[in-house]
Design a protein around this ligand. Structure first.
Ligand code: ARG
Length: 483
C-alpha cells in the first residue's frame, strides 16, 4: 500500500470490498466529527503503545522515533487548526494514523501492530474521561467552597425549614446551604470512585482475544498513569471485557446525573426564594434575564436552565445504559454511540458547576481579590417568613415533655394552643402567659425563650443539628476537608 492510499478508509482494510461505501452510509457510520475531541488521548495512547513495542523489540527504535516525530507534528497541526479531518477516514483513530503514515511512511504503518481500534478506542475514552473527572472534581471543590463561604456569613440568619413545603421548624440559612455541601461532597466521592474504575487499561486486548505479539501491557499502563494508589499498574484482565466494557462511562453518567439532580434541587429552591412571594435571596443580574413584554421581570434563567439540563443528563444515562443492554460480547459498533452522550454529559456538568460556583460565591474583584457578586441574602424576609406557620410548635411540645408530659400528650396540647393562636391571628409567642397556662398549668415565663426562633435554633445542639455552635463546627470541618 502506498503512503497516500490511506486517504480513503475503504482502502484501510483492503481489496476485499467490491464496491465503495455510499455517501449516506459513510455519513451514518462516521464518528470523526464528534470523536475528534479524543485526539490528545489517541496520540498519548499511541505513543505509549509505540514506546512499549520498541522496548519489546517488536518495532525498531528508529520506527519509534519516527512515530514520535510524526505525532509531534500532528499534535501541532491539530492545535493550530490546520489538521484536515476527513469524513472518508471515519474516525479520529484512522485520521491520525493516516496522517502519521503520510508523514513518516512505514513506521506509521507499524504503529497498529498488536492493536485494534477496539482496544484503542476503549483506551482513548478512558484516558479522556479520567482527565475530565479531574476537572469536575476541582469544580466540585469550588462550588462547595462557595457554599461554605456564603454559609459562614449566614450562621445566625434564620429561615423557615420546610417539610412538604409547609413551614416546619426554624433553621439557620448556613445549615440549609451546608446540606448541599454534603450532597456535593458525596458527588465528589462518587467521581473519585468512578475514576478508579475508569483508570484501567484495555490496550493489549486487541480486537477481542488478545494478541500474538509479546506485549507488555503493564508497562503501557504505567506510562499512561493507569496505576492504583500504590503505583501498581491497572490493566483490564480479560480481553473480551476490555474492548466491550463501557460500565465506567455509564457509572460516570449516573454520578453526573445525581450531581445534576442535586443542582436541580438547589435551583428549584433558588427559583422559589427569588420569587416575590418569598424574597429570600437575589442572584446577580448577569445570571438573570428580562422579559420582552413585562418590564418589571428578572427571571432566574440560569437556575431554570440547570433544572432543565438535568433532564438531558439523566436522558444520557438512559441512552448509555440502553446502548449496552443487548450487546453480545465483544466489541460492537453500537459502542460508537457512547461518545455524544458522554461528551454532552461532561460539557453540561462542567458548565453547570462552574456557573453555580460563580453565581453562589461571586467572582474575585481584580483590584481587591475579594469575591463579589454572589447571592444576596435578605435575612429580614427569611426571619419574617419563619415567624409565620408556628415554626416553634415542636419546641413548645419539647418544653412540656421536659415538664413531665408524655410526648404524645404534649403534641396534643400544643395542637390546641396553635388552634387558639390561629383564631387570634397571632404567633404562639404572642399568646399571653395566662392563655398558655390554660393549656397546661406547668407552663412558666421561661416558655417564651423556647418559643423564640433563636431559642429554637440554639436548642438543636446535637451533632448535625441547626444550632449555630453545630453549624460553626461543620464549617470548620468542611474548611479542612476542602483546603
Ligand atoms: N469509531 C469506533 C468507535 O467509536 C472505533 C472502533 C471501531 N472498531 C471497529 N471494529 N469498527 O467505537
Amino acid at each position: 500500500m502506498s503512503t497516500n492510499q490511506l486517504d480513503k478508509k475503504s482502502e484501510a482494510w483492503s481489496a476485499l470490498f467490491s464496491e465503495p461505501m455510499s455517501e449516506l452510509v459513510k455519513r451514518y457510520t462516521a464518528s470523526v466529527f464528534f470523536d475528534k475531541r479524543l485526539w490528545l488521548a489517541d496520540i498519548t495512547g499511541s505513543l505509549a503503545h509505540a514506546e512499549m513495542l520498541a522496548a519489546q523489540g517488536i518495532i525498531g527504535a528508529d520506527d519509534r522515533a519516527s512515530i514520535e516525530r510524526g505525532m509531534a507534528q500532528i499534535r501541532s497541526e491539530i492545535e493550530a487548526g490546520s489538521f484536515e479531518w476527513k469524513l472518508d477516514l471515519e474516525d479520529v483513530h484512522l485520521n491520525i494514523e493516516a496522517r502519521l503514515t503520510q508523514l513518516v511512511g512505514d513506521a506509521g504503518k507499524r504503529l497498529h501492530t498488536g492493536r485494534s481500534r477496539n482496544d484503542q478506542v476503549a483506551t482513548d475514552v478512558r484516558l479522556w474521561l479520567r482527565s475530565e473527572i479531574d476537572l469536575i472534581s476541582d469544580l466540585l471543590v469550588e462550588l462547595q467552597t462557595a457554599l461554605v463561604d456564603v454559609a459562614e456569613q449566614n450562621v445566625e440568619v434564620i429561615l423557615p425549614g420546610f417539610t412538604h413545603l409547609q413551614v416546619a421548624q426554624p433553621v439557620s440559612f448556613a445549615h440549609h446551604l451546608l446540606a448541599y455541601v454534603e450532597m456535593f461532597a458525596r458527588d465528589a466521592e462518587r467521581m473519585n470512585d468512578v475514576r478508579r474504575r475508569t483508570n484501567r487499561l484495555p490496550l493489549g486486548s486487541a480486537a477481542l482475544a488478545g494478541t500474538t505479539y509479546p506485549l507488555d501491557r503493564e508497562r503501557v499502563a504505567v506510562t499512561l498513569g493507569m496505576v492504583d494508589e500504590q503505583g501498581h499498574p491497572q490493566v483490564c484482565q480479560n480481553s473480551l471485557d476490555g474492548v466491550s466494557d463501557r460500565d465506567f462511562a455509564i457509572e460516570f453518567t449516573a454520578a453526573a446525573s445525581l450531581c445534576m439532580v442535586h443542582i436541580s434541587r438547589f435551583s428549584e429552591e433558588l427559583i422559589l426564594w427569588m420569587s416575590q412571594n418569598f424574597g429570600f435571596v437575589k442572584i446577580a443580574d448577569r445570571f438573570t434575564t428580562g422579559s420582552s413584554i413585562m418590564p418589571q421581570k428578572k427571571n432566574p434563567d440560569v437556575p431554570e436552565l440547570a433544572r432543565g439540563k438535568t433532564g438531558r443528563v439523566v436522558g444520557h444515562l438512559m441512552g448509555l445504559i440502553t446502548l449496552m443492554k443487548g450487546q453480545p460480547l465483544a466489541y460492537n459498533k453500537d459502542n460508537q454511540e457512547d461518545k455524544e452522550p458522554l461528551f454532552d454529559t461532561v460539557d453540561t456538568l462542567k458548565d453547570t458547576l462552574r456557573i453555580f460556583a460563580e453565581m453562589v460565591g461571586g467572582q474575585p474583584n481584580p483590584a481587591t481579590g475579594q469575591k463579589e457578586g454572589g447571592i444576596t441574602v435578605n435575612a429580614i424576609a427569611m426571619e419574617e417568613a419563619a415567624k409565620k406557620g408556628y415554626a416553634t410548635a415542636t419546641d413548645l411540645a419539647d418544653y412540656l415533655v421536659k415538664k413531665g408530659l408524655p410526648f404524645r400528650d404534649a403534641h396534643e396540647t400544643v395542637a390546641h394552643a396553635v388552634k387558639a393562636a390561629t383564631s387570634h391571628a397571632c404567633d404562639l409567642s404572642e399568646l399571653p402567659l395566662t392563655v398558655l397556662q390554660g393549656f397546661n398549668a406547668s407552663i412558666e415565663k421561661d416558655v417564651y425563650e423556647c418559643l423564640s426562633l433563636r431559642g429554637s435554633l440554639n436548642a438543636r445542639n446535637t451533632l448535625g443539628g441547626t444550632a449555630p455552635a453545630q453549624v460553626l463546627s461543620q464549617i470548620a470541618r468542611h474548611r479542612v476537608r476542602l483546603a
